[in-house]
Design a protein around this ligand. Structure first.
Ligand code: C2E
Ligand code: CA
Ligand code: CA
Length: 595
């Protein structure tokens, strides 16, 4: 080879070296910039990306995301390559270690564990870890799941707690009861069912916010009493149930007494005091029942009994209560049938003038002739209707049938007379009661004195203000008022005398034992005298014998009513009798009464 050729070859070689060097530099610069790009990207990810050596578990790389989560910089971690292990909650370290021991090459797995960060704060982390066999690394991506973990826990909490009072809810109580009863031998316990009295009124009149505040306050008072020993829960609305850890009646009595006492202090909301009480029912395991549903039902039943007995008290469940409830529901269904299919029929019992024996009027008495259940009398259905409110609908039916009857009698009977209808407390307490009654008479063009209203002392005394207002409206409208079952109510006579009452109706218990109980005769005489002084007239009901009749006629009883003259009879029977010339409503004796 010539020298010139060699030189040219060298030259080419140098050139090629320069090109290669240049290209290598360019490549290195490219690599560097790619590396920076990668760092930039990894640096901006809020998940921690890391890898550790498979054998020594020492940290080889981690991105910047580690700092805000752990509270240490990535440099600190790289300097102390086991720092990451020290941060893991000691309870979770074995879990993490066992993952590294069992993870197969080429596979990945997810793990949740807790760490304490530099500030000592507990955080929940989630890591996906990959076993990279080729690089001899475990590579991981870790994120902070503390927030979502809290949220899930909150959701789980809310599934079993009432968000308002934070007490365990109905589902939690049932779960608690079921788990307690899972074991065949479970220790005895009681369920204490608490219902606030008249809470609905507060909610309706003051609004839900006030109601909510009261419920929260109630839950605090309840928690204070149960302490850690018993399990209080909010069952729904204004109902709370305590799973009480003993059936010792003294302990239960003490608890319930304290609970009732705890309500004595008013609930003060926005500076307004609210006075509340509670009705409490108690069922016990295993005496009353052995499954949660029945135990709850029976405690609820006992609670209703407490309400019926006057509220603000506690009552233990008894089997007879369940029967009473069955009976109540049965009668209630018959009443609903009667209202729906118009089975109710008003009967009428004559009222006679004790001196002339002329007909003065009739007392209207409701019956429920049911096509399949037979003839149902008011002593069976009135008390149920008074409790469930159906008495208002029955009352409307009474008024309608009474007006029909008055108009039918008016057509065939020339003498003035009246129909006395019985009115219950609930009816009297309807704000519009007296107005509606007068409107109804006006619409049907029936003069008001054809109607009389019979009220018991308790209906009047229950809410004397409302009663007094209604009575005055009725009186001014021309409707007379009669005080029924007089003598049984222990009311203040001086008080009653101020009300516009025209008639006292002596209770039949006095009449029927008139000859057996001396004092009854004195009471009848006294009532009669007093009534006349006050310009009221007197009616005696329940007269069954001639002796009773003689005594009453002699003692200026004005009006007489009883089986001796006639039982309550149907409208058609009365109309037929009134249109016949034969005297009737006479005792079955030789006495020749005429009407
Ligand atoms: P009450 O108002 O004291 O009615 C008198 C009751 O005595 C009636 O019973 C009547 O049938 C009965 N009676 C009348 N004379 C005699 C007698 O000589 N001997 C006996 N042993 N009893 C006699 P009834 O019809 O069974 O009504 C019972 C109660 O049911 C009534 O007592 C009244 O409180 C209530 N009631 C009846 N109908 C109605 C109604 O339409 N509305 C309301 N709110 N209550 C009613
Ligand atoms: Ca009556
Ligand atoms: Ca009566």
């Amino acid at each position: 080879m010539k020298l010139s050729e060699v030189e040219s070859l060298h030259h080419m070689l140098r050139n090629a070296q320069d090109v290669i060097k240049h290209q290598a530099n360019e490549l290195a610069a490219l690599l560097e910039s790619k590396n920076q790009e990668l760092q930039e990207i990894l640096g901006n990810i809020d998940q921690i990306i890391w890898y550790i050596d498979i054998t020594t578990l020492t940290l080889q790389y981690v991105n910047d995301a580690i700092a805000p989560i752990f509270g240490y910089t990535k440099e600190e971690f790289l300097l102390d390559s086991t720092l990451w292990q020290q941060c893991i909650h000691s309870d979770d370290r074995p879990l993490v270690r066992s993952l590294f021991e069992t993870l197969h090459p080429g596979t990945s797995q997810e793990i949740r564990f807790r760490i304490y960060n530099a500030g000592g704060e507990l955080r929940w982390l989630n890591s996906r870890i990959y076993h990279n066999d080729k690089l001899h690394f475990f590579v991981g991506v870790t994120s902070d799941i503390t927030e979502s973990k809290i949220q899930t826990e909150e959701i789980a909490f809310l599934a079993y707690h009432d968000p308002l009072t934070l007490l365990p809810n109905r589902s939690k109580l049932k779960l608690q009861l079921h788990s307690r009863l899972e074991h065949s031998i479970s220790s005895p316990f009681a369920l204490i069912f608490i219902d606030l009295d008249n809470f609905k009124n507060i909610n309706d009149t003051m609004g839900h916010e006030v109601g909510d505040q009261i419920l929260i306050d109630v839950s605090h008072r309840l928690r204070e009493l149960t302490g850690e020993s018993h399990f209080p829960s909010r069952f729904g609305g204004d109902e709370f149930v305590v799973l009480f850890n003993t059936t010792n009646s003294q302990t239960i009595n003490d608890f319930c007494t304290q609970l009732i006492h705890a309500f004595k202090n008013p609930f003060v909301i926005n500076d307004i005091p609210f006075f509340l009480s509670s009705s409490i029912g108690i069922s016990t395991y295993p005496q009353d029942a052995s499954n949660p549903e029945d135990l709850i039902k029976y405690a609820d039943t006992a609670m209703y009994e407490a309400k019926n007995n006057g509220k603000n008290r506690f009552v233990y469940y008894q089997a007879s209560m369940q029967r009473a409830i069955h009976n109540f529901l049965h009668i209630e269904s018959l009443i609903r049938d009667g209202l729906k299919h118009q089975f109710f029929e008003l009967y009428f019992q004559p009222l006679l003038n004790s001196q002339t024996f002329t007909l003065q009027g009739f007392e209207a008495l409701m019956r429920l002739p049911h096509p399949t259940e037979g003839f149902i009398t008011p002593d069976v259905f009135i008390s149920v209707a008074e409790k469930n409110g159906d008495i208002l609908l029955i009352g409307q039916e009474v008024l309608k049938q009474a007006c029909d009857f008055i108009q039918a009698v008016q057509k065939i009977y020339a003498q003035p007379f009246y129909v006395a209808i019985n009115v219950s407390t609930k009816q009297l307490h309807q704000i519009r009661f007296a107005h509606d009654l007068l409107d109804c008479m006006r619409q049907r063009s029936i003069p008001p004195h054809f109607l009389k209203v019979e009220l018991t002392e308790s209906a009047v005394m229950d809410n004397i203000d409302i009663a007094s207002r209604q009575l005055h409206i009725l009186k001014e409208g021309g409707v007379h008022i009669s005080l029924d079952d007089f003598g049984t109510g222990y009311s203040s006579f001086a008080y009653l005398a101020q009300l516009p009452i025209s008639t006292l109706k002596i209770d039949k218990s006095f009449i029927q034992t008139l000859h057996e109980v001396d004092s009854n005769r004195h009471i009848i005489e006294a009532i009669s005298n007093l009534a006349h002084v006050l310009e009221m007239d007197v009616t005696a009901e329940g007269i069954e014998t001639e002796d009773q009749f003689n005594f009453l006629a002699k003692h200026q009883i004005d009006t007489l009513q009883g089986y001796l003259f006639s039982k309550p009879i149907t409208r058609d029977t009365i109309l037929k009798k009134l249109s016949s010339p034969i005297p009737f409503f006479v005792p079955e004796t030789t006495m020749a009464f005429t009407i």
